[in-house]
Write a protein that binds this ligand. Structure first.
Ligand SMILES: Cc1ncc(COP(=O)(O)O)c(C=O)c1O
Length: 466
């Protein structure tokens, strides 16, 4: 028996051959199609009725076959979203037997890595509505060769938005659109020379961008009030890279005295502050901490990104530049836009000006705040000997561990299927700060229904009280 067409015109080309009843033969055919790679991971299978009709078998037989293959790990099934080929049910080379339940990579059941917001909360309908409006209203020249500074509609929208929400003082002429912070930093690297001071704890990926551009990075000690910028004169650096609103990953906001001090240093030495404002919109316990840029727009390069607010896959961000750097950064970007799609730029401009961005941020701020509260409550109840810090803002927190226990805790977490980071990889190799044992918990990533289970699993991995 073979099936000509299933739901939506997709044809599974199943042959129900060999011994056994219809259920056994269907299961064999589906396993074979998955094993051979013909049905790729993630493929949606037709509803029971459609496949039953195609194959001339009973609907209940298809339902029973799907259910058994879900049990075996070949398929996944979720209420409301149908049955799919499991992500881990990848084909093996011919001749090898395998159990689909035994993956070769560590099993990640609970993703608490601090890298992503909740991807399932991306505002699909509102984004689509903005895209539709933006495409309808766009002038024809928008679809010609792009200006490397970015679309004027987006730069104008950002001027108002950043002034209102982050206190940034600028004009559309000082903004350059980029494909996120990493891209903006790469562009700045082409303008900077010599050495740059960085926070002793930060993303090694960003340090690598600086190093690959030939810049020497000099670490500044970080405490609960951000980086010790009072040490800047001793570094000899001409620029400093900070996360002032929410130090990444330790979590403090740069103390007001230090905010003033870094600007004083920049004015006195002709230096530059690169301000990475990656999650400034998510502040829970008081009004957002404004951008340092507002203290001196001539001495600060301000970077913003949609990677935490919407999605790290959009690749959309902005740099707000002092006037004297605009030409150099635009020249570094090249004569035409090569990185950011015009449709995304125009859509984001509409998304901001119609208030959809504010609505999404308000909604997600409430979601993440609840999760943050759940994290602190769960730890207080299940691991009261553990302290958590950096919780006033953002999508991650830091859990302090007894000295020497970070690696063992990470191993225990991995065994429980919990993916998370320790503090060690964030530490600048030249830092003289005493190493700190801890975990960086990204509570933004799991979808809403999974966060409680993820936090419970995390608690099981934590060291016992001394
Ligand atoms: C410290 C820090 N800076 C910046 C970003 C944003 O980077 P990008 O815009 O390149 O995705 C992130 C991640 O979202 C981050 O963790």
């Amino acid at each position: 028996m073979s099936g000509p067409s299933a739901e939506g015109g997709s044809d599974l080309h199943l042959e129900l051959t060999g011994d056994g009843g219809a259920r056994v033969r269907l299961m064999r055919a589906l396993r074979e199609a998955i094993r051979s790679g013909r049905l790729a991971p993630g493929t949606r299978l037709p509803p029971y009725r459609a496949l039953a009709l195609d194959l001339g078998i009973a609907r209940n037989t298809v339902a029973a076959a799907y259910a058994e293959l879900v049990e075996e790990g070949w398929l996944t099934s979720r209420q409301g979203s149908g049955t799919h080929v499991a992500q881990r049910a990848t084909p093996l080379e011919p001749g090898r037997r395998r159990s689909p339940e035994r993956p070769s990579r560590p099993r990640v059941v609970h993703d608490l890595m601090p890298s992503s917001p909740d991807a399932s909360a991306f505002p699909r309908s509102a984004w689509l509505a903005s895209a539709r409006r933006a495409m309808t209203a766009a002038p024809s020249d928008a679809f010609g060769v792009g200006d490397p500074r970015g679309r004027p509609e987006l730069r104008r929208a950002l001027v108002d938005y950043l002034a209102r929400t982050r206190g940034v003082r600028t004009t559309a002429e000082h903004i350059v659109i980029c494909s996120g912070y990493a891209h903006g930093l790469r562009l700045m690297c082409q303008v900077l020379r010599g050495s740059i001071a960085v926070e002793a704890y930060g993303l090694d990926f960003h340090r690598s961008i600086l190093a690959e551009a030939g810049l020497t990075t000099v670490p500044l000690t970080v405490d609960a009030h951000g980086a010790r910028v009072e040490d800047l004169p001793a570094t000899g650096a001409k620029a400093v890279l900070l996360t002032p609103a929410h130090q990444f990953p330790i979590g403090g906001a740069l103390h007001p005295r230090r905010r003033a001090a870094v600007v004083d240093w920049a004015r006195a030495t002709g230096g530059l502050l690169l301000e990475d404002d990656y999650d400034g919109e998510f502040r829970y316990d008081r009004e957002p901490v404004g951008a340092v840029q507002s203290l001196d727009p001539d001495r600060v390069v301000y970077f913003g990104s949609t990677s935490k607010s919407l999605s790290p896959a959009l690749r959309l961000g902005w740099m707000v530049l002092p006037g004297h750097l605009v030409d150099d950064v635009v020249a570094a970007k090249g004569p035409r836009e090569l990185s950011v799609s015009v449709t995304d730029q125009l859509t984001l401009a509409d998304f901001i000006t119609t208030g959809a961005y504010d609505r999404q941020l308000r909604r997600m701020r409430a979601v993440y705040r609840r999760r943050r509260d759940l994290l602190t409550a769960t730890l207080a109840q299940r691991a009261p000997h553990i302290t958590v810090s950096g919780i006033a803002a953002g999508l991650h927190a830091v859990i302090d561990l007894p000295p020497g226990t970070e690696q063992a805790t990470l191993r225990a977490a991995r065994r429980l299927g919990v993916a998370l980071d320790g503090l060690a990889p964030y530490r600048h190799p030249d830092s003289t700060m005493p190493p700190r044992d801890g975990l960086v918990i990204g509570y933004g990533t799991p979808p809403e229904h999974a966060i409680t289970a993820a936090l419970h699993a995390l608690c099981l991995a934590l060291p016992d009280p001394p």
